[in-house]
Ligand binder design. Structure first.
Ligand code: PLP
Length: 377
């Protein structure tokens, strides 16, 4: 077998580490066997146990398991009574689901351009607030953390609730506060491509607000106060007991996972720093970045992407078409050029595999492949 640390032996660098993550699933199967025998599938014992562990990891009073990260955004918006005619302000560069959640409750997404942290540019936030704005949804994109102290100050001045999209930044931290510690509610995802993952879809809402906790618990389960009393209309969006078992197993490891991701990212930073054509985003000293994505700016990006793919490196673009320019959003009347920084990111950014299972040899291969691309130009 090839030496894991011999760069010359490498010819393929995969994006997803799931096969390695779950290579030894015996402990999970043992608990799943018990669950299957108990038949406790709907809001069963593992769900509550997982929620307590998740809340402890993030440092919030409550965590509520739901069906997906998208639902973990949608349900708090619904709990805030946001709906048709209301606007929610969010960052222009994000994953489809952030905006999908806003549209699902019937509200209108309004965008604020990003800065080179890939999070919303707080300097532009206040000017985007209108009388229809009913909430602010900052996205902690890539695993970095938006400038939340300033977001919260602006939100407080306008009496607006903040719902954080923490789907890419579990355990991200800024000025000593973790993602989830600012907003009235924060969404996390355990989709297979997130910081921690289960065997399908799952999401978590965290909050320190007892009333938000109560409403999210109602909304995820048909609005039921108990088996026989329905208080409001809600959804069927419970965290599966089966996924909660997997979640319990992996949430125990989350500190180690983010520490290791940051170590892998630091190694890239060092290796790519002197390559002309590559620019590494500024690393903020007061921020703990958890690197769901390792994203840099690259000259001649499309040719670099092809060069990497041709050499077996599963590099990716997050995201090649800015959301505001997608066909699905035509109804909101945006036009190309409205968010120039987001446009530049779509054109110049590239993401390389980054995770706790990536070897030094694989990283060296990525770094050398990028170096060779610019050397050959
Ligand atoms: C993944 C993701 C979501 C949605 O999560 P799902 O679990 O896939 O529904 C929302 N926002 C961001 C920024 C994400 O990366």
């Amino acid at each position: 077998m090839a030496d894991r640390n011999d760069a010359h032996a490498i010819s393929h660098v995969r994006f997803s580490p799931l096969g390695q993550q779950f290579a030894e699933p015996e402990e999970i199967f043992t608990e799943l066997r018990e669950l299957v025998r108990s038949g406790d599938f709907t809001l069963g014992k593992p769900v509550g146990e997982f929620e307590a562990m998740f809340a402890a990891a993030v440092g919030t009073k409550h965590a509520i398991g739901v069906g997906s990260g998208t639902d973990a955004l949608k349900i708090p918006l619904k709990a805030l009574d946001i709906g048709p005619g209301d606007e929610v302000l969010t960052a222009a560069n994000t994953f489809y689901a952030s905006v999908g959640a806003i549209v699902e409750v019937g509200a209108t997404p309004r965008f604020v351009d990003c800065d080179d942290t890939f999070c919303l540019d707080v300097d532009q936030l206040e000017a985007a607030i209108t009388p229809r704005t009913k909430a602010i949804m900052p996205i902690h994109l890539t695993g970095d953390v938006a400038d939340m102290p300033r977001v919260m100050e602006i939100a407080a001045r306008h009496g607006l609730p903040v719902v954080e999209d923490g789907c890419q930044s579990l355990l991200g931290e800024r000025d000593g506060t973790k993602v989830g510690g600012w907003g009235v509610a924060t969404a996390f995802s355990m989709h297979p491509l997130k910081i921690i993952n289960v065997w399908g879809d799952a999401g978590v809402v965290v909050t320190n607000d007892d009333e938000m906790d109560r409403k999210v618990r109602l909304l995820r389960n048909h609005g039921l106060r108990n088996r026989d009393e329905m208080e409001i209309f809600g959804y069927n969006s419970r965290l599966d007991s089966v996924q909660a078992v997997v979640g319990k197993w992996i949430v125990r490891q989350v500190e180690d996972i983010v520490t290791e991701r940051a170590r892998v990212a630091a190694y890239y930073d060092q290796g790519l720093a002197d390559i002309p054509g590559v620019r590494i985003p500024a690393r903020q000293a007061n921020t703990k970045h958890v690197y769901l994505l390792y994203m840099v700016f690259a000259e001649d990006r499309d040719a670099l992407l092809k060069h990497c793919l041709d050499r077996g490196i599963e590099a990716k673009i997050h995201y090649p078409i800015p959301l505001y320019q997608q066909d699905a959003l035509a109804q909101f009347g945006y036009k190309a050029g409205d968010f120039p920084v987001t446009d530049r990111h779509a054109r110049d950014c590239i993401s390389f595999p980054v995770d706790q299972h990536l070897s030094r040899a694989e990283q060296d291969y990525v770094i050398e492949t990028v170096r060779n691309f610019y050397a050959g130009k």
